[in-house]
Each structure stands twice: as structure tokens, then as C-alpha cells.
Write a protein that binds this ligand. Structure first.
Ligand code: HEM
Length: 391
């Protein structure tokens, strides 16, 4: 029997998909003496994510998380509905589209600088800084604080991951506290010096009364900053890696840049940045045919569901114009990713620029190193040599 714990094997980071295929075949799979269930089939994953009777309050079953994370990602109605609605107002198609030129400029600058060296560590020099810069500028978080934010964020993204040892738990604690203090200072400063950014608009909402408390404001800021870049950077790297490993597909995108939006969807299916999602039962009940007690975990394997052959023929094939079932990379239901249009825009611009302007790109296979996370998936290093950039 293959167990979920096998996903923690560092040797599997490069390619966990054979294991996901095995795991999916065994799901729905009760684990922890029946106190949790793993779902990996597309149809089960879809049903679980849409099921509003399951809770997103993972902190309720992880005692060390109980007091520190109040972001609406981890809340249920009515608080989830109220906070999400407030923030969703900012994510209008027009607001997102207005970021396109800035994204394009950042991509071109990075490749132009790297062209002098003839190579780029794509993960480090572009996929990470691009989404951080975009979300920080939009929110109104000083981009000069990037190094500190990166350190904190590396710990925060491990808070709900597998295999976190006590020392790391302590470091995660420190990161939460420091980031909280940083945000409180930033909010206090922006209260006195308003600007044309998202943070200023959230402060206005808070000051108008009961729509957002000061704690919720800080938690929302943290959610947008973190969700806005850790995942998108993986999408960008996973995509460029897939294109370099499938030169025929890269050539098709180069010949027809109109395929960029479909390429983005295929990367999200083929190698999703978020590999696992969790839900919690509120009362004893059956999920995917498995009887569970109250406060039981339901673990959804997005990485397995997105390659379910029942919904995706020849699921291990990367094809930039695959049509058919929608992937689950952005989740479904009430918590469907609020920033999906921004993530899609960044990836669309980047894949188009990469395919059409970077001459003779070549991956150094030895340089590809993955982050150790199980829940978030993407390389932390990947060096790409190239002849020139048509800037
Ligand atoms: C490729 C990039 C991204 C991926 C794969 C991704 C994935 C996800 C997933 C899977 C969820 C749902 C979690 C659940 O159902 O429990 C989610 C929620 C969320 N995402 Fe994203 N995300 C991405 C980019 C972004 C960006 C760029 C932003 C913001 C600018 C963002 C903001 C959010 C927010 C605010 C939520 C919480 C929604 C809620 O709980 O109602 N995400 N994201």
C-alpha cells in the first residue's frame, strides 16, 4: 500500500506524478485510523471543493495554528463571505488588465539584463521577483523590503505543510510575529500617508465601520501578499520548465503566440503550484463514501486529480492546446482563487515573451532544484542559457 507520507521523500520532488497515479488509484483512502480521508480522483476532488458543508478552518485541527492565522482563506461564512466580497471589489478585469504593461516591462528588463551574461537562473531572477514586485506595488508594500518578506514567507508557506519538525515550528512562530509587527507598522504609516493603492482602500473600508477589523486588515494584507506570489512564481517556473522539456510545444507556442492562454491552463493542470488542499468535517459524516468523525481532515490531492485519466486523456502528455475538463489548480467553490486572473495574466505575458523573444534557450538540467515543500510545488533554481533577447 502506498502511503501519503511517501510524498515527503525528497527524491520525489523532481517528479511526484508516478506516485500520485498510484495514490489516486487507492483513493478515497481513509488514513490516521479513520480520522482523515485522502481524495485524489477528479470527481471526488471536485465534489469536496464545492461542498460548502465542509469547513476551511484548518487551524481548528492544528492547535499550533489556532491563534495566529485569521486570513479568510481559512474562514467559513459569514466572515469568509464578508471579507472576500470586500477584497473582490479590487480585482476587477480593468484593474488587472492595467497591470499588463508593467508586467511586460519587468519581464523584458530581466531578460535584457540576463542577456549580457547569456544565462538566467529563471526561478531566482525572474519567476520569484516578478510576482512579488507586481503584488507589492499593487498593494502598496515597499518593494525594498523584499528580502525580509521573502524570509518570512518561506516559513509561513510551511505552516500547513507535511513533515514540519518542532524547531521549524518555532521558526514559523517567529516569522508570524515579525510579519505581523511589520504589517501593523505599515498600516499605521499608510493611515497617515494615503496613496492610490489597495492597502489605502482597505484602510478606508476599515475606518468606515464594522466591515473589517484592524486584525482582519492585517490578516488580509498577509494573505494577498503571500497568496499573490508564492504560487505564481511556481506557475512561471513550472511553465518554462515544461516548455523547455517539450521543445515541440515551445515551437508551437512560438509559431502561434495566441496559444499563450491555453498554455497557461495546461501548465496549471500538468504541474499545479498548489498540490494539496485541506477541508475539515464539522460533524460526523460520510465524505467520498468514507465515514468520518467531526473535526476530521479531508485532504484533496490536486496534483493527482489534474492527471486523472478519466477526465484528461493521456494525462502525462504536456500539450499547449489541450481542451476539455477544467483543471483544479485554482480550487473550486467559495474559496476559488481570488487572484486567478492576475496569475493568468502574469503567466500569459511571460510565456509569450519567453517563446517569441528568447533566442535558443537551453536548460541546464543539473541546475534544477526543487523547493522542499510538499503542498507548493516549483523549482527554486533552474538555469537557462540563451543567445539573445529581442527586447
Ligand atoms: C498560479 C498562481 C496561483 C495559484 C495556483 C493559486 C491557488 C489558489 C488556491 C488553490 C486557492 C484556494 C484554496 C482553497 O480552496 O482552500 C486560492 C485562494 C486564494 N488565492 Fe490564489 N493562487 C494563485 C495566485 C494568486 C494571486 C496572484 C492572488 C492575489 C493577488 C491570489 C489570492 C488568493 C486569495 C485571496 C485566496 C483566498 C480565496 C478565498 O479563501 O476565498 N492567488 N489560490
Amino acid at each position: 500500500m502506498t502511503t501519503l507520507a511517501a510524498l515527503q521523500d525528497p527524491g520525489l520532488r523532481a517528479d511526484p506524478y508516478p506516485l500520485y497515479h498510484l495514490l489516486r488509484e487507492q483513493t478515497p483512502m481513509p488514513i490516521n485510523d479513520g480520522a482523515a480521508v485522502v481524495v485524489g480522483r477528479y470527481a471526488d476532488a471536485q465534489r469536496v471543493l464545492k461542498d460548502t458543508t465542509l469547513s476551511s478552518r484548518l487551524q481548528d485541527v492544528l492547535p499550533e495554528e489556532a491563534d495566529r492565522n485569521h486570513s479568510f482563506l481559512l474562514l467559513d461564512p459569514p466572515d469568509h463571505t464578508r471579507l472576500r466580497r470586500l477584497v473582490a471589489k479590487a480585482f476587477t478585469p480593468r484593474a488587472i488588465a492595467s497591470l499588463e504593461q508593467r508586467i511586460e516591462r519587468l519581464v523584458r528588463e530581466a531578460f535584457t539584463t540576463a542577456a549580457e551574461r547569456g544565462s538566467i537562473d529563471f526561478a531566482e531572477d525572474l519567476a520569484y521577483p516578478l510576482p512579488v514586485t507586481v503584488i507589492s506595488e499593487w498593494l502598496g508594500v515597499p518593494t525594498g523590503d523584499g528580502a525580509r518578506l521573502r524570509q518570512w514567507s518561506q516559513y509561513l508557506t510551511r505552516a500547513f505543510d507535511f513533515g514540519v519538525e518542532p524547531e521549524e515550528r518555532a521558526a514559523i512562530d517567529v516569522a508570524y510575529r515579525e510579519l505581523d509587527a511589520y504589517f501593523r507598522e505599515l498600516v499605521a504609516h499608510r493611515r497617515r500617508h494615503r496613496s492610490d493603492d489597495l492597502l489605502s482602500r482597505l484602510i478606508e473600508a476599515e475606518e468606515q465601520g464594522d466591515r473589517l477589523t484592524p486584525d482582519e486588515l492585517v490578516a488580509t494584507l498577509g494573505l494577498l501578499l503571500n497568496a499573490g506570489h508564492e504560487t505564481t512564481s511556481n506557475l512561471l517556473s513550472n511553465g518554462v520548465l515544461a516548455l523547455l522539456r517539450h521543445p515541440g510545444e515551445l515551437a508551437r507556442l512560438r509559431a502561434d503566440p495566441g496559444l499563450a492562454p491555453a498554455t497557461v491552463e495546461e501548465v496549471l493542470r500538468f504541474d499545479p503550484p498548489v498540490q494539496l488542499l485541506g477541508r475539515v468535517t464539522r460533524e460526523p459524516r460520510t465524505v467520498a463514501g468514507v465515514e468520518l468523525p467531526a473535526r476530521a481532515w479531508v485532504i484533496v490531492l490536486i496534483g493527482a486529480a489534474n492527471r486523472d485519466p478519466v477526465h484528461f486523456p493521456d494525462p502525462d502528455r504536456f500539450s499547449v492546446d489541450r481542451a476539455g475538463a477544467p483543471h483544479l489548480a485554482f480550487s473550486l467553490g467559495p474559496h476559488f482563487c481570488l487572484g486567478s486572473s492576475l496569475a493568468r495574466l502574469e503567466a500569459r505575458v511571460l510565456f509569450r515573451e519567453f517563446a517569441t523573444r528568447v533566442r535558443n534557450p537551453e536548460l541546464d538540467p543539473e541546475s534544477v532544484r526543487y523547493r522542499r515543500h510538499v503542498n507548493l510545488r516549483g523549482p527554486e533554481s533552474m538555469v537557462v542559457g540563451f543567445d539573445s533577447f529581442d527586447g
